[in-house]
Design a protein around this ligand. Structure first.
Ligand code: UDP
Length: 236
């Protein structure tokens, strides 16, 4: 059963739970989409029905932000840990490697996606990268043809939100052989090593937001969504 915060769905499944479901859906040739949910997106969805629909119509809404976890605790929900976009992608890469599903990387700057591909090939030995395209490619029709020709079964889209989700929505029916789509935001920057993740201690304590705030104080505007979100969930 999905949980709902301010009208936005979140799946209580763990990484393993999602992979199990995806495996089943792939056998049935059903396409799946994965979207990361955090307080910022839930707040955007309050003002923008299109964003709300994009989230709610995805197959899996993962609990990316610590704010979602807190909201679930406040409301006695079942979400016990975060399912981050970047770790979900890592699990999917493992799965793609184990079951020989070719992957396609679309998004980020040219040197970033190329470096991410190189590192993925090194860390997931034997994985098949069917192709890659940077996120500044303008010819969408040509890109769709390239992905179809590549034989990819999973596409990771790193254009930021909601751009990546809109791209998936626009093109999913044109990519019938692709069975898994994940909008991964800045994950290629992480896989490429261009952007470092927060140190382990911050991650363990669930305060990556604090690390990001310290390294980029301008994020305060975006981060104020977290207390606003929790307050709204509480008084609802
Ligand atoms: N990006 C892109 N094309 C665009 C705009 C952005 O490929 O037209 C890439 C950008 O290079 C970066 C990622 O999208 O790698 C955005 O990451 P961000 O962390 O901003 O996304 P979020 O997860 O916050 O939505």
């Amino acid at each position: 059963m999905k949980e709902s915060y301010l009208g936005v769905y979140v799946s209580p499944l763990t990484y393993e739970g999602i992979i199990t479901e995806i495996k089943k859906r792939m056998l049935d040739k059903k396409q799946s989409t994965i979207i990361a949910v955090n307080p910022e997106k839930v707040m955007t969805a309050q003002k923008d029905p299109k964003v709300k629909a994009l989230i709610n119509e995805s197959t899996f809404q993962i609990a990316d932000g610590v704010g979602i976890l807190l909201a679930s605790k406040l409301k006695k929900g079942k979400i016990t840990s975060r399912v981050t976009g970047v770790d979900m992608m890592a699990r999917l890469l493992q799965f793609a490697k184990a079951e020989n599903h070719p992957i396609y990387l679309y998004g980020a700057k040219k040197e970033v996606v190329e470096l991410a591909a190189k590192n993925i090939e090194r860390d997931y030995k034997g994985i098949s990268i069917a192709g890659m395209t940077d996120g500044y490619e303008q010819d969408e029709a040509a890109l769709i043809e390239r992905i179809n020709d590549s034989g990819a079964k999973m596409v990771f889209v790193a254009l930021g939100s909601p751009k990546q989700e809109l791209w998936i929505e626009r093109n999913i029916t044109k990519l019938q052989n692709v069975l898994v789509f994940q909008g991964v935001g800045g994950s290629f920057d992480v896989f490429s090593g261009t952007v470092k993740r927060a140190p382990a201690l911050f991650r363990k304590l669930g305060i990556e937001w604090l690390y990001r705030l310290l390294s980029d104080p301008r994020r305060i505007k975006r981060q104020l969504n977290l207390p606003r979100f929790l307050l709204k969930v509480l008084i609802k």
